[in-house]
Write a protein that binds this ligand. Structure first.
Ligand code: 39S
Ligand code: ZN
Length: 764
């Protein structure tokens, strides 16, 4: 018999119940009891929905982030919050967000740093280490949830993050070697596993996703040390790897002294037979055969055909699961009532993926005949997608086939363009601008909800959004900003908004996926060739420009970011889809230009974060990603100024690729790193203009004028002042107007001070 299990389930709720519960608690509108009982209800529902599986995950639920949960379990709690009285949960939220329910402004602490979870759009709270970090087990969260699930009659498998990945994902705050902490960490893990065993647990899933990345000899050795240390614990360990292939870590991984291994057979299908060869005969092999990161139905017949010989070899040592936690896909296709029925028949969300898993297991355990109807239905859906005329657009395919590098080439080089643009735009030194979005207020969101529900007509919705745009322009004029934006009021999200207007896309009503904390995105779904039936932003931008004499930046999302933050086709290379998106955005750029827009920003927030997990694959990704951006951006006249924006700025290794995009201006995140990141942008390596973010928009804290001046002076030591812009780190949509106004006021005042301070330099 094969065993079925799941690595993790989405916790936000099919209708984002957890999001609303959390936000209400943070605002002080509900109490802890309400929040914890909502959490228990969600867990109960999710376990029940998974209960056909042989093992269901416990410990994957989180109030904010599973890595932060692990930090609390290991007693690695930052000093700045420890020793506080009151509700423990509030301390957890203080690390997550810098404050908790009922905190007055003065009791805020700085939030833990947030960063991307591998190559997904999920963000985790980075564990903090120093040379003195001590660990202390607090297994209460896990033990309580184990008891809770048992009471509901489930067969469970607790999920924890493994010690090596835990250290790898964290950051040393004092430049000490975090790997040196392993010795101190392992006894706490052993204690945890013992506690789980005492609670009656037999299997524990221990996640070590860093095994799919390139590891140095020290980190490889850490694996051997760690798992030999944990070998004698009484529970059986299922070591889980996902998001990629093991490659040079394959032999190491197979030989670790654990009871079982989970391999992502979607991204590492080629490795399965080698793993079987290397894996000692007593070990279980769990294969992730259902894609946990995309929304397409699995081709069950093909998968089964491939699995049958594997099952013959492994027999009951074979376990089946989705490739990774289902955190990265929406919960339930069943609640979607407005999806196009043809395309929706090609899709599977979390619950449907578990059904697929069940069909595969039943076919192996009881023979194909026992699931004949399901297999036939699946074959029909797969064929329907493959043969659908709606997937293919001959015009788009030939446009992509005709692309050559000339499409990505601007007429003149940067220096010549800068002169022409300077004359036309006539901006002061240290020009001020923002990244695009202004607060998405409750009124804006509610208006859009009403519009969607048909309770507000198009004319009224448009009027409301125009009012918001007008307000936004007036605020910026009053603040004295130099280059204005329209504020993106009309956009639900910077990717979904474009997806909704492009052909080849469909979008769900409830397909929410957690991005961080309570924040979710609803990635639109690319099912076919991409075309742009009509202009997407020109009217809104034109309206905004009509309200001011100052230059209004056109605001677009770039092809690579649209690709990386959408659910994409799995029937053609990502590069091909990206080129199609690039052509669509190029059309929009050219139409904006034609309408008189002089500055166009094309956000590539996800270009850096879309890098493959292994460095050896970076260059081929960067080649098509940069080429796509260039196709989108570089068809404009010299006089048109192209901006781009990226929110994470560890650019050290890819600065050449960033420079090759050849945008006239790039805005990046730098405030949190005190401008040190700019070292890599120094004179020689980055030739164009730069707006290093001067304050962190993720925090409600207001930067002072002095702070901004200080940061910009640091920037000016690295970048010639005539190439510097002044702007926040990222868009302001998650902030309140009361936070934005004073922050930008200080930023503008700082720019004025800088103009005075550097005036003599510029006169020379
Ligand atoms: N796709 C994407 N990925 C990204 C980012 C990004 O901006 N977009 N930014 C970075 C950080 N990640 C982020 C992810 C989400 C949000 C965010 O603000 N999300 C919103 C949802 C945005 C949205 O699509 N809103 C819709 C739906 C609004 C809504 O929820 N309406 C309520 C009613 C209104 C209300 O009471 O608020 C309802 O339908 O129930 C809209 O505006 O139309 C949220 O979770 O709150 C911010 C940053 C990295 N990845
Ligand atoms: Zn950003």
């Amino acid at each position: 018999m094969v065993t079925t299990h799941n690595l993790g389930f989405p916790r936000i709720g099919a209708k984002r119940e957890l999001k609303f519960g959390l936000e209400s608690y943070w605002k002080g509108l509900s109490d802890q009891e309400t929040l914890t009982s909502l959490a228990a209800q969600l867990r109960a529902l999710h376990w029940q929905q998974q209960s056909v599986l042989d093992f269901i995950p416990v410990g994957d639920f989180s109030f904010y982030d599973q890595v932060l949960d692990m930090s609390f379990t290991l007693g690695n709690v930052p000093e700045r919050v420890s020793g506080r009285e009151g509700i423990a949960l509030d301390n957890y939220f203080r690390v997550a967000r810098g404050r908790s329910a009922g905190d007055s402004d003065c009791s805020c602490v700085h939030a833990g740093e947030m960063t991307k979870w591998f190559d997904t759009n999920y963000h985790y709270i980075v564990p903090e280490f120093t040379a003195d970090t001590a660990f202390n087990l607090d297994a209460s969260r896990l033990l309580a949830q184990i008891e809770e699930s048992r009471a509901q009659g489930h067969q469970i498998k607790p999920v924890i993050i493994g010690p090596v990945s835990y250290l790898w994902l964290g950051k040393s705050k004092d430049a000490s070697d975090r790997l040196a902490l392993l010795e101190r960490l392992l006894p706490v893990y052993a204690e945890l596993l013992n506690a789980l065993s005492e609670a009656g647990v037999t299997w524990v899933q221990i996640d070590e996703p860093v095994l799919v990345t390139e590891l140095s000899a020290e980190w490889k050795h850490a694996f051997t040390l760690a798992y030999h240390h944990l070998k004698s614990t009484p529970v059986q360990l299922l070591l889980a790897t996902y998001f990629g292939a093991l490659q040079d870590n394959l032999q190491l991984t197979c030989e670790l002294p654990v009871a079982g291994l989970h391999l992502d057979a979607i991204s590492a299908q080629d490795e399965v037979s080698r793993v079987i060869d290397w894996l000692p005969a007593h070990k279980v092999l769990s294969l992730g055969v259902i894609n946990g990161r995309n929304v397409w139905k699995t081709d069950l017949n093909a998968t089964l055909e491939w699995l049958i010989p594997v099952y013959q070899k492994l027999s009951s040592r074979l376990w089946l699961a989705p490739s990774c936690s289902l955190l990265h896909v929406p919960v339930d296709l069943g609640v979607e009532t407005q999806l196009d029925t043809e395309v929706s028949n090609w899709l599977a969300f979390a619950l449907q993926k578990l059904e697929e898993l069940q069909v595969l297991a039943t076919a192996l355990n009881k023979g194909r005949a026992s699931v004949e109807a399901e297999l036939t239905e699946n074959a029909e859906a797969i064929a329907s997608r493959r043969n659908s005329r709606r997937v293919h657009n001959a015009k788009v395919k030939s446009a992509v086939a005709e692309l050559d590098s000339a499409w990505g080439q601007r007429a003149s080089d940067y220096a010549q363009r800068a002169t022409k643009q300077g004359k036309l735009l006539n901006l002061p030194a240290f020009p001020t601008t923002t990244i695009g979005s202004f607060p998405q207020t409750t009124e804006i969101r509610q208006a859009r909800q009403q519009f969607r529900a048909g309770r507000l007509n198009t004319a009224d919705y448009t009027t409301l959004m125009q009012k918001e745009i007008q307000r936004c322009v007036e605020e910026q004029e009053a603040l004295g900003l130099d280059v204005l934006v329209h504020g993106e009021a009309e956009r639900n999200d910077m990717v979904e908004y474009f997806g909704e207007q492009l052909e080849g896309y469909i979008f769900s009503q409830f397909g929410w996926v957690q991005s961080y904390g309570s924040r979710c995105v609803k990635p639109p779904i690319i099912y076919g060739d991409i075309a742009r039936p009509s202009a997407m932003t020109v009217t809104w931008t034109g309206y905004a420009q009509s309200l001011t004499q100052k230059p209004m930046k056109g605001m677009l999302t770039g092809p690579v970011t649209i690709l990386n933050w959408s659910f994409v086709r799995d029937d053609q290379p990502r590069a091909t889809t990206c080129y199609q998106l690039a052509l669509a955005i190029r059309e929009e750029v050219l139409e904006l230009e034609k309408s008189g827009v002089q500055i166009i920003q094309i956000d590539e927030a996800a270009l850096r974060e879309g890098l493959p997990l292994r460095k050896s694959q970076w260059q081929s990704y960067l080649d098509w990603a940069v080429a796509s951006f260039r196709i989108a951006a570089n068809g404009v006249k010299d006089e048109t100024q192209i901006h781009t924006h990226m929110c994470y700025s560890e650019f050290n290794d890819i600065i050449q690729a960033i420079a090759d995009m050849d945008a006239d201006v790039i805005t990046i995140e730098t405030s949190r790193s005190d401008m040190e990141l700019l070292d890599v942008f120094d004179d020689f390596r980055y030739p164009n203009e730069i707006g290093p973010g001067v304050y962190d928009i993720h925090s409600p804290n207001i930067p002072s004028e002095t702070q901004v001046v200080k940061l910009m002076k640091k920037a000016a030591q690295r970048i010639p002042v005539e190439r510097l812009w002044v702007n926040p780190d990222c868009g302001l949509k998650t902030r309140q107007w009361d936070e934005v106004r004073p922050a930008l006021k200080n930023m503008v005042a700082a720019a004025q001070a800088l103009r005075k301070a550097y005036a003599p330099v510029r006169a020379n």
